[in-house]
Design a protein around this ligand. Structure first.
Ligand code: UDP
Length: 237
């Protein structure tokens, strides 16, 4: 595989880990880990940001009466569980890996140290970033854009479960929804599309970081998108 990218940041939402349910689905994570191992073996450096929606989302807990910041910390801890699950399956797939978290938890992960993360990537290790930004009121989409910029990734790959790109309406509820092959950051923001949060897209726009939305539900799609195949929606200036 010849990739146009040297280093990629892959955002895996919590939905991807749970296979649509609460908790983690070992079969699903095993498949994702094997794909990541294949991409690293082809010479592309891969860092991953894990979401946590398969455990908790702060905004949802808030509607049920919890303090938002505390609920967001619960959400962040969920992302760490996903990061550890992914690390386990990466190691099983023969792929050396490191987890770095934005909230210190020395027994299970390294602290987030960008230069060290880059060094790991250069040595052929996959690096999994957990605990989001460590700050309530943010999302893992925004953290993905920030981490991609800080480690100098060439592209931010937004893996979606069962959705093959960005649509002008929700394709799950609207059969007339139209998919975009490409879209400018401005268009995305003007249409108020919900497939990624606006803060993440604004950050990408400000720094001209390309974002690609693609379907994780099709086996082999991580390698395809890394190879530059046009299988989803690309967001650019
Ligand atoms: N979260 C947070 N700060 C961050 C990242 C995440 O507070 O920097 C919390 C927030 O409550 C969020 C939850 O962690 O709802 C899980 O992350 P997210 O919803 O982004 O996961 P995904 O939708 O990708 O599964």
């Amino acid at each position: 595989m010849v990739s146009p990218y040297r280093r990629v940041l892959l955002k895996l939402s919590g939905e991807a880990f749970g296979g649509g349910k609460l908790g983690v689905d070992p079969d699903v994570i095993g498949g994702i880990a094997a794909q990541i191992a294949g991409v690293v073996a082809s010479g592309v450096q891969v860092a991953i940001v894990t979401g946590g929606g398969n455990f908790f989302r702060g905004a949802e807990l808030q509607t049920r009466g919890m303090d938002r910041a505390r609920a967001d910390y619960m959400g962040m801890l969920g992302t760490v569980m996903n990061a550890l699950a992914l690390q386990d399956f990466l190691e099983k797939a023969g792929q050396p890996s490191r987890v770095q978290t934005a909230i210190a938890m020395g027994q299970v992960a390294e602290p987030y140290i960008p230069l060290r993360a880059i060094r790991h990537l250069e040595k052929g290790r996959a690096v999994v970033f957990g605990a989001g930004s460590g700050m309530p009121f943010f999302s893992t989409d925004t953290v993905s854009a920030q981490r991609a910029l800080e480690i100098h990734a060439d592209v931010l790959l937004m893996a979606k479960q069962g959705t093959d790109g960005v649509y002008d309406a929700d394709p799950r509820t609207n059969p007339d929804a139209r998919r975009f092959d490409e879209l400018t950051y401005d268009d995305f923001l003007a249409r108020d599309l919900k497939v990624a949060d606006a803060t993440a897209v604004s950050l990408a726009r400000e720094h001209q970081l390309p974002m690609v939305f693609f379907d994780l539900g099709v086996d082999g799609n991580i390698a395809r998108v890394v190879a530059g195949e046009k299988i989803g929606t690309i967001l650019h200036a």
